[in-house]
Design a protein around this ligand. Structure first.
Ligand code: SAM
Length: 318
Protein backbone atom coordinates (compact mmCIF):
# COMPACT_ATOMS: atom_id res chain seq x y z
CA UNK A 1 0.00 0.00 0.00
CA UNK A 2 2.59 2.55 -1.11
CA UNK A 3 1.83 6.17 -0.32
CA UNK A 4 -1.00 5.62 2.19
CA UNK A 5 -0.84 5.18 5.95
CA UNK A 6 -2.96 2.43 7.50
CA UNK A 7 -4.24 2.82 11.05
CA UNK A 8 -5.51 -0.47 12.49
CA UNK A 9 -8.10 -0.03 15.26
CA UNK A 10 -9.71 -3.43 14.84
CA UNK A 11 -8.34 -5.87 17.39
CA UNK A 12 -9.48 -4.04 20.48
CA UNK A 13 -11.19 -6.85 22.38
CA UNK A 14 -11.50 -10.10 20.43
CA UNK A 15 -12.91 -12.03 23.43
CA UNK A 16 -15.80 -9.57 23.78
CA UNK A 17 -16.41 -9.83 20.05
CA UNK A 18 -16.57 -13.62 20.19
CA UNK A 19 -18.95 -13.47 23.17
CA UNK A 20 -21.23 -11.08 21.24
CA UNK A 21 -21.34 -13.35 18.21
CA UNK A 22 -22.04 -16.50 20.25
CA UNK A 23 -24.73 -14.71 22.27
CA UNK A 24 -26.37 -13.45 19.06
CA UNK A 25 -26.42 -16.96 17.61
CA UNK A 26 -27.82 -18.50 20.80
CA UNK A 27 -30.59 -15.90 20.92
CA UNK A 28 -34.12 -16.51 19.71
CA UNK A 29 -34.40 -15.12 17.15
CA UNK A 30 -30.76 -15.73 16.30
CA UNK A 31 -28.85 -12.85 14.74
CA UNK A 32 -25.45 -12.02 13.29
CA UNK A 33 -24.35 -8.40 12.73
CA UNK A 34 -24.02 -7.45 9.03
CA UNK A 35 -20.42 -6.34 9.54
CA UNK A 36 -19.53 -10.07 9.32
CA UNK A 37 -20.41 -10.12 5.62
CA UNK A 38 -17.18 -8.42 4.70
CA UNK A 39 -14.29 -10.84 4.58
CA UNK A 40 -12.40 -10.94 1.26
CA UNK A 41 -14.95 -13.21 -0.41
CA UNK A 42 -17.83 -11.10 0.96
CA UNK A 43 -16.31 -7.87 -0.38
CA UNK A 44 -15.93 -9.46 -3.83
CA UNK A 45 -19.52 -10.74 -3.71
CA UNK A 46 -20.76 -7.28 -2.71
CA UNK A 47 -18.99 -5.91 -5.81
CA UNK A 48 -20.82 -8.52 -7.90
CA UNK A 49 -24.17 -7.58 -6.30
CA UNK A 50 -23.60 -3.95 -7.35
CA UNK A 51 -23.41 -5.11 -10.99
CA UNK A 52 -26.64 -7.16 -10.90
CA UNK A 53 -29.56 -5.97 -13.03
CA UNK A 54 -31.91 -6.23 -10.02
CA UNK A 55 -29.65 -4.19 -7.72
CA UNK A 56 -30.81 -0.68 -8.63
CA UNK A 57 -29.21 1.29 -5.71
CA UNK A 58 -25.65 1.44 -7.10
CA UNK A 59 -26.56 2.54 -10.61
CA UNK A 60 -29.30 4.89 -9.38
CA UNK A 61 -26.93 6.63 -7.00
CA UNK A 62 -24.19 6.74 -9.66
CA UNK A 63 -26.61 8.45 -12.05
CA UNK A 64 -27.48 11.10 -9.44
CA UNK A 65 -23.78 11.72 -8.76
CA UNK A 66 -22.97 11.84 -12.49
CA UNK A 67 -25.77 14.25 -13.28
CA UNK A 68 -25.20 16.66 -10.39
CA UNK A 69 -21.49 16.21 -9.69
CA UNK A 70 -20.45 19.80 -10.33
CA UNK A 71 -23.33 21.28 -8.34
CA UNK A 72 -22.76 18.89 -5.42
CA UNK A 73 -19.01 19.60 -5.43
CA UNK A 74 -19.67 23.35 -5.36
CA UNK A 75 -22.15 22.99 -2.52
CA UNK A 76 -19.84 20.67 -0.54
CA UNK A 77 -16.78 22.86 -1.04
CA UNK A 78 -13.44 21.93 -2.53
CA UNK A 79 -10.18 21.24 -0.75
CA UNK A 80 -11.78 19.44 2.23
CA UNK A 81 -10.52 16.32 3.96
CA UNK A 82 -12.55 13.61 2.23
CA UNK A 83 -13.61 10.91 4.69
CA UNK A 84 -15.11 7.81 3.05
CA UNK A 85 -17.17 5.81 5.57
CA UNK A 86 -17.35 2.13 4.57
CA UNK A 87 -15.02 2.88 1.67
CA UNK A 88 -14.76 -0.73 0.44
CA UNK A 89 -12.97 -0.72 -2.92
CA UNK A 90 -12.87 3.13 -2.89
CA UNK A 91 -14.39 3.11 -6.40
CA UNK A 92 -17.09 5.67 -5.60
CA UNK A 93 -14.61 8.07 -3.96
CA UNK A 94 -12.29 7.80 -6.97
CA UNK A 95 -15.03 9.37 -9.12
CA UNK A 96 -15.10 12.42 -6.85
CA UNK A 97 -11.42 13.21 -6.48
CA UNK A 98 -11.09 15.37 -9.62
CA UNK A 99 -14.11 17.54 -8.81
CA UNK A 100 -13.65 17.80 -5.01
CA UNK A 101 -9.85 18.19 -5.08
CA UNK A 102 -9.61 17.13 -1.41
CA UNK A 103 -6.70 18.02 0.85
CA UNK A 104 -6.51 14.35 1.91
CA UNK A 105 -8.44 11.14 1.45
CA UNK A 106 -9.29 8.94 4.44
CA UNK A 107 -10.83 5.51 3.73
CA UNK A 108 -12.60 4.03 6.77
CA UNK A 109 -13.72 0.40 6.78
CA UNK A 110 -13.86 -2.77 8.85
CA UNK A 111 -12.41 -4.73 5.88
CA UNK A 112 -8.73 -3.94 6.33
CA UNK A 113 -7.61 -6.09 3.37
CA UNK A 114 -10.08 -4.29 1.08
CA UNK A 115 -9.01 -0.73 1.91
CA UNK A 116 -5.32 -1.68 1.96
CA UNK A 117 -5.58 -3.06 -1.55
CA UNK A 118 -7.86 -0.25 -2.80
CA UNK A 119 -5.57 2.48 -1.47
CA UNK A 120 -2.64 0.66 -3.07
CA UNK A 121 -4.44 0.97 -6.41
CA UNK A 122 -5.51 4.59 -5.88
CA UNK A 123 -2.28 6.14 -4.59
CA UNK A 124 -0.22 5.92 -7.83
CA UNK A 125 -3.01 7.68 -9.75
CA UNK A 126 -3.15 10.58 -7.26
CA UNK A 127 0.48 10.98 -6.18
CA UNK A 128 -0.05 14.45 -4.66
CA UNK A 129 -3.03 13.46 -2.51
CA UNK A 130 -2.19 12.35 1.04
CA UNK A 131 -4.15 9.17 1.83
CA UNK A 132 -4.83 7.13 4.92
CA UNK A 133 -6.85 4.06 5.79
CA UNK A 134 -8.56 3.58 9.15
CA UNK A 135 -9.55 -0.02 9.83
CA UNK A 136 -12.24 0.15 12.47
CA UNK A 137 -15.67 -1.13 13.44
CA UNK A 138 -17.69 2.08 13.40
CA UNK A 139 -20.82 0.33 14.68
CA UNK A 140 -18.98 0.36 18.04
CA UNK A 141 -17.24 3.70 17.91
CA UNK A 142 -16.32 6.17 15.18
CA UNK A 143 -12.75 6.94 16.19
CA UNK A 144 -10.94 9.03 13.60
CA UNK A 145 -8.48 10.64 16.00
CA UNK A 146 -5.06 10.87 14.46
CA UNK A 147 -6.42 10.49 10.93
CA UNK A 148 -7.90 14.00 10.55
CA UNK A 149 -6.54 17.47 11.14
CA UNK A 150 -8.62 20.47 12.24
CA UNK A 151 -9.56 21.70 8.76
CA UNK A 152 -13.07 21.18 7.28
CA UNK A 153 -14.01 17.66 6.25
CA UNK A 154 -16.50 16.18 3.84
CA UNK A 155 -17.86 12.87 5.15
CA UNK A 156 -19.00 10.55 2.36
CA UNK A 157 -21.40 7.70 3.19
CA UNK A 158 -22.85 6.32 -0.06
CA UNK A 159 -24.62 3.10 -1.00
CA UNK A 160 -27.43 3.51 1.54
CA UNK A 161 -25.25 1.68 4.06
CA UNK A 162 -26.91 3.89 6.69
CA UNK A 163 -29.96 1.61 6.21
CA UNK A 164 -28.13 -1.22 8.00
CA UNK A 165 -28.50 0.70 11.26
CA UNK A 166 -31.88 0.97 12.98
CA UNK A 167 -33.19 4.56 12.81
CA UNK A 168 -32.11 5.06 16.45
CA UNK A 169 -28.60 3.71 15.77
CA UNK A 170 -28.43 5.76 12.57
CA UNK A 171 -29.28 8.94 14.50
CA UNK A 172 -26.56 8.20 17.05
CA UNK A 173 -23.99 7.36 14.33
CA UNK A 174 -24.78 10.49 12.31
CA UNK A 175 -24.67 12.46 15.55
CA UNK A 176 -21.04 11.35 15.93
CA UNK A 177 -20.32 12.43 12.35
CA UNK A 178 -22.01 15.75 13.14
CA UNK A 179 -19.72 16.09 16.17
CA UNK A 180 -16.65 15.82 13.89
CA UNK A 181 -18.25 18.39 11.56
CA UNK A 182 -19.08 20.81 14.39
CA UNK A 183 -15.45 20.81 15.55
CA UNK A 184 -14.41 21.71 11.98
CA UNK A 185 -16.64 24.56 10.73
CA UNK A 186 -17.31 24.30 6.99
CA UNK A 187 -17.65 20.49 7.17
CA UNK A 188 -20.53 18.46 5.72
CA UNK A 189 -21.91 14.98 5.13
CA UNK A 190 -22.71 13.64 1.64
CA UNK A 191 -24.90 10.56 1.98
CA UNK A 192 -26.86 8.24 -0.33
CA UNK A 193 -30.16 6.86 1.00
CA UNK A 194 -32.54 4.35 -0.54
CA UNK A 195 -36.23 5.26 -0.62
CA UNK A 196 -39.35 3.21 0.03
CA UNK A 197 -40.70 1.58 -3.11
CA UNK A 198 -42.66 -1.41 -4.40
CA UNK A 199 -42.13 -4.66 -2.54
CA UNK A 200 -41.36 -6.58 -5.75
CA UNK A 201 -38.54 -4.23 -6.75
CA UNK A 202 -37.02 -4.36 -3.26
CA UNK A 203 -37.28 -8.13 -2.92
CA UNK A 204 -35.72 -8.75 -6.35
CA UNK A 205 -32.81 -6.48 -5.38
CA UNK A 206 -32.15 -8.57 -2.26
CA UNK A 207 -32.92 -11.99 -3.76
CA UNK A 208 -31.57 -11.92 -7.32
CA UNK A 209 -32.20 -14.59 -9.93
CA UNK A 210 -28.52 -15.53 -10.26
CA UNK A 211 -28.22 -16.21 -6.52
CA UNK A 212 -25.35 -13.78 -5.86
CA UNK A 213 -27.05 -12.24 -2.81
CA UNK A 214 -27.76 -15.76 -1.52
CA UNK A 215 -24.04 -16.59 -1.86
CA UNK A 216 -23.16 -13.31 -0.10
CA UNK A 217 -25.51 -14.15 2.76
CA UNK A 218 -24.27 -17.74 3.16
CA UNK A 219 -20.64 -16.64 2.95
CA UNK A 220 -21.13 -15.05 6.35
CA UNK A 221 -21.31 -18.52 7.91
CA UNK A 222 -18.10 -19.58 6.19
CA UNK A 223 -16.47 -16.38 7.46
CA UNK A 224 -17.60 -17.13 11.03
CA UNK A 225 -16.25 -20.69 10.75
CA UNK A 226 -12.83 -19.37 9.72
CA UNK A 227 -12.80 -16.55 12.23
CA UNK A 228 -14.23 -18.24 15.32
CA UNK A 229 -13.81 -21.97 14.60
CA UNK A 230 -17.55 -22.75 14.34
CA UNK A 231 -18.78 -25.66 12.20
CA UNK A 232 -21.67 -24.20 10.20
CA UNK A 233 -22.57 -26.05 6.99
CA UNK A 234 -23.38 -22.97 4.85
CA UNK A 235 -25.14 -25.04 2.17
CA UNK A 236 -27.62 -26.23 4.81
CA UNK A 237 -29.03 -22.69 5.13
CA UNK A 238 -31.29 -21.01 2.59
CA UNK A 239 -31.30 -17.33 1.71
CA UNK A 240 -34.34 -15.21 2.56
CA UNK A 241 -34.70 -11.56 1.48
CA UNK A 242 -38.10 -10.04 2.34
CA UNK A 243 -39.51 -6.53 2.62
CA UNK A 244 -41.42 -5.79 5.82
CA UNK A 245 -43.64 -2.92 4.75
CA UNK A 246 -44.77 -2.06 8.26
CA UNK A 247 -41.18 -1.67 9.49
CA UNK A 248 -40.00 -0.13 6.19
CA UNK A 249 -37.04 -2.48 5.96
CA UNK A 250 -35.75 -5.35 3.86
CA UNK A 251 -34.61 -8.19 6.07
CA UNK A 252 -32.13 -10.87 5.11
CA UNK A 253 -32.15 -14.16 6.95
CA UNK A 254 -30.48 -17.55 6.70
CA UNK A 255 -33.04 -20.32 7.14
CA UNK A 256 -32.06 -23.75 8.39
CA UNK A 257 -32.99 -26.22 5.64
CA UNK A 258 -32.96 -29.23 7.96
CA UNK A 259 -32.59 -30.12 11.61
CA UNK A 260 -28.92 -29.51 12.43
CA UNK A 261 -26.52 -28.85 15.26
CA UNK A 262 -23.76 -26.24 15.13
CA UNK A 263 -20.98 -26.06 17.73
CA UNK A 264 -20.30 -22.58 19.04
CA UNK A 265 -17.19 -22.70 21.20
CA UNK A 266 -17.81 -26.41 21.74
CA UNK A 267 -21.39 -25.90 22.91
CA UNK A 268 -24.12 -27.35 20.66
CA UNK A 269 -26.79 -25.04 19.21
CA UNK A 270 -29.67 -26.88 17.58
CA UNK A 271 -31.28 -25.29 14.52
CA UNK A 272 -34.56 -27.03 13.63
CA UNK A 273 -35.65 -26.89 9.97
CA UNK A 274 -37.17 -23.46 9.31
CA UNK A 275 -35.38 -21.56 12.11
CA UNK A 276 -33.90 -18.32 10.80
CA UNK A 277 -30.82 -16.27 11.60
CA UNK A 278 -31.33 -12.55 10.98
CA UNK A 279 -28.25 -11.23 9.14
CA UNK A 280 -29.21 -7.77 7.87
CA UNK A 281 -31.85 -5.09 7.87
CA UNK A 282 -31.89 -2.39 5.19
CA UNK A 283 -34.15 0.44 6.25
CA UNK A 284 -35.78 2.43 3.44
CA UNK A 285 -36.72 6.05 4.02
CA UNK A 286 -39.05 8.72 2.75
CA UNK A 287 -37.10 11.94 2.01
CA UNK A 288 -38.90 13.71 4.85
CA UNK A 289 -38.22 10.81 7.20
CA UNK A 290 -34.51 10.92 6.51
CA UNK A 291 -34.40 14.71 6.80
CA UNK A 292 -35.98 14.39 10.25
CA UNK A 293 -33.29 11.87 11.16
CA UNK A 294 -30.54 14.26 9.98
CA UNK A 295 -32.12 17.03 12.07
CA UNK A 296 -32.25 14.73 15.12
CA UNK A 297 -28.54 14.02 14.58
CA UNK A 298 -27.84 17.76 14.78
CA UNK A 299 -27.55 18.72 11.12
CA UNK A 300 -29.16 22.10 10.37
CA UNK A 301 -28.90 22.74 6.64
CA UNK A 302 -29.83 20.00 4.18
CA UNK A 303 -29.86 19.88 0.37
CA UNK A 304 -31.29 16.96 -1.56
CA UNK A 305 -30.85 15.46 -5.03
CA UNK A 306 -32.93 12.57 -6.26
CA UNK A 307 -33.52 10.16 -9.10
CA UNK A 308 -36.44 10.36 -11.51
CA UNK A 309 -36.18 6.57 -12.05
CA UNK A 310 -36.38 5.21 -8.50
CA UNK A 311 -36.91 6.72 -5.06
CA UNK A 312 -33.26 7.18 -4.08
CA UNK A 313 -31.83 10.31 -2.45
CA UNK A 314 -28.53 12.05 -2.00
CA UNK A 315 -28.34 14.53 0.88
CA UNK A 316 -25.70 17.10 1.67
CA UNK A 317 -26.04 18.03 5.33
CA UNK A 318 -24.12 20.51 7.44
C1 SAM B 1 -22.58 -2.01 1.42
S1 SAM B 1 -20.82 -1.82 1.38
C2 SAM B 1 -20.63 -0.20 0.66
C3 SAM B 1 -19.29 0.00 -0.02
C4 SAM B 1 -19.16 1.30 -0.81
N1 SAM B 1 -19.06 2.46 0.08
C5 SAM B 1 -20.34 1.48 -1.75
O1 SAM B 1 -21.16 2.36 -1.50
O2 SAM B 1 -20.44 0.71 -2.71
C6 SAM B 1 -20.50 -1.50 3.07
C7 SAM B 1 -19.05 -1.23 3.40
O3 SAM B 1 -18.98 -0.85 4.77
C8 SAM B 1 -18.05 -1.66 5.45
N2 SAM B 1 -18.59 -1.88 6.80
C9 SAM B 1 -19.67 -2.64 7.15
N3 SAM B 1 -19.87 -2.60 8.48
C10 SAM B 1 -18.89 -1.80 8.98
C11 SAM B 1 -18.54 -1.40 10.31
N4 SAM B 1 -19.27 -1.79 11.36
N5 SAM B 1 -17.47 -0.58 10.48
C12 SAM B 1 -16.73 -0.17 9.40
N6 SAM B 1 -17.01 -0.54 8.12
C13 SAM B 1 -18.06 -1.34 7.92
C14 SAM B 1 -17.96 -2.94 4.65
O4 SAM B 1 -16.73 -3.60 4.85
C15 SAM B 1 -18.17 -2.44 3.23
O5 SAM B 1 -16.97 -2.09 2.60
Amino acid sequence: MDGARLIDRLALDSDAERRDVVEGLRGRPARIAPKYFYDEVGCALYGAICRLPEYYPTRTEAAIFERHRREIAEAAGRGRQFVDLGAGDCAKARQWLASLRPSRYVAVDIAIHEIASALGGLAPDFPDLPMAGVATDFSRVLDLDGALDDTPALFFYPGSSIGNFTPEEATAFLGRVRGYCARRPGSALLIGVDGRKEKAVLEAAYDDAAGVTAAFNRNMLRHLNVRFGFDFAPAAFGHVGRYDEALGRVEMHLESLREQVVHLDGEPRRFPAGERIHTESSYKYSPEGFEALLAAAGFGAVRRWESAQQPYFVFLAS
